[in-house]
Design a protein around this ligand. Structure first.
Ligand code: C2E
Ligand code: CA
Ligand code: CA
Length: 557
């Protein structure tokens, strides 16, 4: 059977044009004479292309007319055409162009394939990859491309670029307590406020879960960044939106995008630490503080491995009888290079990095070992209070670890007291209450530390399964002041807490006058430098074996 190839070629959707090379006297190809145009091509060109025309005329309306003729010549001379795309403004279509030269026949073919749908799809894909689906804002990928572009431009034009990382305060709490839908709604609301703020040389990106990045470009100086940020901050306040932000500026801090983001992020950390809902500019000293933070983090890992932590014990006494109630275990760390590092410095870092969980386990085990030993050697039956950090308590296996360690050392749980701070309540209130109840059910005492420093309210105290309440030193400091206000407050707190059936411990008692007042207020226990400072193991043991003088007090040398 003989095929009618012309008919076949006419029926396919590609645009096909064939041509025969036209050569000059030097045998160089100068153009092609069109020998065949298929139906698809005729249709799209409305019959304006036909056999006998020059192929150069085919491209005459495109901006790249000479380019295509040159390419066609190159193909005829043996250079293949690679991935050539052409956009027809007239038809609003993208074409892929292929060209072939059949040497034996001295014959040239070019085909045009409509790839508009592919192009649109990959453009959509590109946009999708760069866009955050929740807010419609550009995401990280979009950010990096955009930053690269504006940082280069601004550097060339000697302009400044500002970058601000904004982080929604407490989004996690909103998600946890009200549900993710509420959280998402808040993100969208904030995105809209940020988008609506300013348009020129200002672009908003969604950087992560609760983070946005704003790029301000083409600015004269650092001050201009500050003006924009001031306006933005006012707008956020008007909308009652709570965000923390860190800001870095190119070229002042760095010209590299990764560094600028890192610096803005460091500044953001400081903003968060300073009570949230504020914006902080990056300063060089922040980097130093960060490095110190990092050094401490590394050193803490080593300290754990090399047993560089020590435990001190601070005695607690009955206010009325003066008898020993027990001790609070307090961690100590002496680094060979940095010297003594106070727990107020390294515990928060251990919290942030999660290392507190291992440190906490060490603390627990050391304290149990000590009680066991003291029980055997000194018949000790006082209480050992142990500080448990919020992160440690929130571990799923905390109760299991605690009970297996108690079993391992064979310690009476009634001699143990767990000190927690209000930090544990911030999220997962119900879970925390259940956990504390389980600890209490094991016969261990539960104590609320630092009362009076946080948001403690009495109604909230009632919800917690507690045995003991420790009134913070900051409360005790002023109870002897002449106006009597602090004394009144402290006295009524002690009364109320007693009525709830809790034991009260006054912390940081340094003066005999304070002790006298606490006796008057019927406070149960005192802990402070007046009666005893935290002491190393050997001094505690000397004291437990009967030497009262072993106690370190505010009057000791
Ligand atoms: P805290 O639990 O409130 O411990 C009481 C702090 O007050 C201790 O400081 C203690 O030395 C100090 N102190 C006690 N009496 C007086 C006094 O009369 N005057 C003055 N000026 N200070 C007094 P320290 O040992 O530096 O501990 C600071 C904080 O570090 C502790 O506060 C606690 O929050 C944390 N911490 C200490 N050890 C541990 C631990 O083993 N685990 C955890 N998670 N945190 C710990
Ligand atoms: Ca404590
Ligand atoms: Ca305390």
């Amino acid at each position: 059977m003989k095929h009618n190839f012309e008919l076949i070629i006419d029926s396919i959707p590609y645009l096909i044009v064939t041509g025969i090379p036209i050569r000059n006297s030097n045998n160089e190809i100068v153009d092609f004479e069109i020998s065949f145009v298929n139906s698809a091509m005729k249709k799209i060109t409305e019959d304006s292309v036909e056999a006998g025309m020059r192929i150069s005329q085919l491209w005459k309306n495109s901006e790249n007319s000479t380019g295509f003729l040159e390419k066609a010549k190159a193909v005829a001379e043996g250079t293949p055409l690679v991935d050539e795309h052409y956009f027809s403004k007239k038809h609003n279509l993208w074409f892929k162009i292929d060209m072939f030269y059949i040497q034996e026949e001295d014959f040239f073919v070019t085909t045009l394939t409509d790839i508009t749908a592919d192009k649109n799809f990959s453009k959509q894909l590109q946009t999708a990859l760069m866009t955050d689906s929740l807010t419609g804002l550009y995401n990280r990928n979009g950010l990096f491309q955009y930053m690269e572009k504006v940082l280069n431009e601004d550097e060339k034009n000697q302009k400044c670029t500002g970058i601000a990382i904004l982080d929604i305060d407490n989004l996690k709490n909103i998600n946890d307590s009200l549900g993710e839908k509420e959280g998402d709604d808040l993100i969208v609301k904030i995105a809209n406020i940020l988008i609506g703020f300013k348009s020129e040389n200002y672009k908003v990106f969604r950087y992560g879960g609760d983070e946005f990045i704003i790029i301000m470009s083409n600015l004269t100086d650092e001050d201009e960044v500050a003006y924009i940020i001031d306006d933005l901050y006012n707008l956020l306040q008007t909308n009652k939106v709570k965000l923390s932000g860190g800001i870095a500026v190119s070229p002042v801090h760095s010209c590299k995008k990764e560094e600028l983001i890192r610096y803005a992020d460091m500044a953001l950390c400081y903003a968060k630490k300073n009570g949230k809902n504020n914006l902080t500019y990056f300063e060089k000293y922040l980097e130093k503080a960060f490095l110190r933070h990092l050094t401490l983090e590394t050193k803490m890992h080593t300290a754990l491995k090399e047993s560089a932590f020590k435990q001190y014990y601070q005695p607690q006494f009955d206010v009325h009888t003066g008898k020993l109630r027990g001790f609070e275990a307090l961690i100590r760390w002496n680094d060979s290079e940095l010297g003594d590092i106070p727990p107020s410095v390294f515990i928060p870092i251990a919290e942030e990095t999660g290392l507190i969980v291992s440190i906490g386990n060490w603390v627990l085990e050391t304290a149990l070992e000590t009680i066991k030993d003291w029980q055997e050697r000194f018949n000790f039956n006082g209480i050992m209070s142990i500080n448990v950090s919020p992160l440690q308590l929130s571990q799923d296996n905390f109760i299991f670890e605690l009970s297996s360690m108690i079993e391992k050392y064979g310690v009476n749980p009634a001699l143990l007291e767990i000190e927690i701070t209000e930090g544990v309540m911030i999220s997962h209130m119900n879970e925390t209450i259940d956990k504390l109840q389980a600890i209490k059910d094991m016969g261990i005492k539960v104590s609320l530390d630092d009362f009076g420093t946080g948001y403690s309210s009495l109604s909230y105290l009632q919800m917690l399964p507690l045995n003991t309440l420790k009134i913070d030193k900051s409360f005790i400091n002023n109870i002897t002041s002449s106006d009597g206000i602090q004394a009144n407050i402290t006295s009524s707190i002690i009364n109320m807490v007693k009525n709830m059936g809790l034991e009260t411990i006054a912390e940081g008692v340094e003066q005999p006058e304070q002790l006298a007042l606490l006796q008057k207020f019927n406070c149960n226990i005192v802990q402070g430098y007046l009666r005893g400072k935290p002491m190393p193991l050997n001094l505690c043991e000397e004291y437990l074996s009967g030497n009262e003088k072993a106690l370190l007090t505010i009057n000791s040398l």
